[in-house]
Write a protein that binds this ligand. Structure first.
Ligand code: PLP
Length: 382
């Protein structure tokens, strides 16, 4: 196995799902987003472990991601959140995936494909309440719901929307989200009043679950919090301050090894651009971990990695496949010692993906999704 690898702590995953269950109503279903290979953690393993905690749905972005889960014998409903290419409709139906529909053309196209397979296809109607992405306008949703339920090849299995600012504590944003929850709720009442069964109604992502308990409806879609990170402004401290004790544990840990140690005389330089120059005789450790593995160049400046319980800074520019660590002017570190780059702090990491994201002006989603496929995932605690 490679010296660079990612531990995936399945015990932490189960812990996070149980934390989520503690704060949602008992009857609320859980849909785990496992798109982008489960935010970089490995969709198959994460899905199988989540199933042990009793989740109800999975959500993917691409059809191929759904097919991968079906091939792994996962049989619960799988919602395909992004729009497929028409050439993938057959695959969706063959694999019993649940597509998202939001206009008459999509209804027509899926109904035609369903008829061809002689199979009724379950769909979810997506309503756009402010993302400006995919979904129908809220005022068109009722007639589309009718159109779906009147089509004998389609079954309306759910209606959902997605919030753009649920993770913000800004008063205007909170008001915005509350307005959207209200109009989504009104829509569902209208649909029901017409005698149409809307199926599973759902809208909350991680932040929605934490901040808008009234918006759990029939199902929630916790992505980030399942993987152990707090969304946007909604930190552990904030949750504590409003009396919600939720402890999340990061699931992914990135590790590598010191594969070489260089003794550098004063004045010698490290990496491209010669940005790091030894100010005294020093030792430099080499890690086979670079930006192609997902350790981006702008994560690097003075990032401390943990070796034998102590922090050592990355020095010089991060290369595509390697980076260097300053070990000091004397060196107790030995070749092949293990290095923790990020992960749950209780296992020895000095930072998690959220801390790295903050340094690099990005979000933890991008850090874990960015860990490349060539970094083997090792599943622990399953
Ligand atoms: C990715 C996604 C989620 C999960 O969002 P988190 O912020 O990770 O909880 C929920 N709903 C939709 C539609 C998504 O695309």
């Amino acid at each position: 196995m490679r010296a660079t690898f990612a531990n995936i702590y399945l015990d932490n995953l189960r812990h996070n799902i149980l934390e989520i269950k503690k704060i949602i109503p008992k009857a609320t279903k859980i849909c785990i987003p496992v798109k982008a290979d489960a935010y970089g953690h490995g969709a198959e393993a994460i899905s199988k472990e989540s199933l042990k905690c009793g989740v109800d749905y999975f959500a993917v972005a691409a059809v191929a991601e759904g097919v991968q889960l079906r091939q792994a014998n996962i049989s619960i409903p799988i919602l395909v959140l992004s729009l497929p290419n028409p050439s993938e409709f057959d695959e969706i139906i063959d694999n019993n995936l649940t597509p998202v529909i939001f206009d008459s053309q999509l209804i027509e196209m899926f109904a035609t494909a369903a008829q061809k397979h002689n199979k009724v296809v379950s769909v979810h109607l997506k309503v756009d309440t402010g993302m400006g992405r995919i979904g129908c306008k809220i005022e068109d949703a009722l007639s589309l719901a009718k159109e779906i339920s009147n089509n004998k090849w389609l079954s309306l299995a759910g209606i959902f929307t997605h919030f753009p600012v649920a993770d913000s504590l800004d008063e205007k944003d909170k008001e915005y989200t509350l307005t959207k929850i209200k109009s989504f709720n009104n829509l569902i009442q209208q649909i029901k009043a017409e005698g149409i069964n809307p199926g599973i109604c759902h809208c909350s992502n991680s932040a929605g679950i934490f901040c808008y308990p009234e918006a759990c409806f029939d199902m929630v879609r916790p992505g980030l919090i399942t993987y152990g990170y707090y969304p946007g402004d909604i930190t552990a401290e904030y949750l504590n301050s409003i009396g919600k004790k939720v402890e999340l544990k990061p699931v992914m840990e990135l590790r590598s090894r010191i594969v070489a140690i260089n003794h550098m005389e004063k004045g010698k330089s490290v990496s491209y651009g010669r940005e790091w120059i030894a100010t005294e005789d020093s030792y430099i450790g080499v890690l086979p971990l670079g930006y192609a593995d997902g350790l981006l160049r702008n994560y690097g400046k003075n990032l401390l990695v943990a070796i034998e319980g102590k922090g050592y800074p990355i020095c010089g520019r991060i290369c595509m496949d390697q980076c260097m660590v300053y070990l000091g002017n004397t060196c107790s570190i030995e070749r092949w010692h293990e290095v923790i780059v990020f992960g749950p702090k209780e296992k020895g990491a000095l930072q998690d993906a959220s801390d790295i994201a903050t340094r690099a002006n990005t979000i933890p989603y991008e850090v874990t999704c960015g860990i490349d496929k060539r970094v083997p995932r090792i599943y622990i605690g399953g």
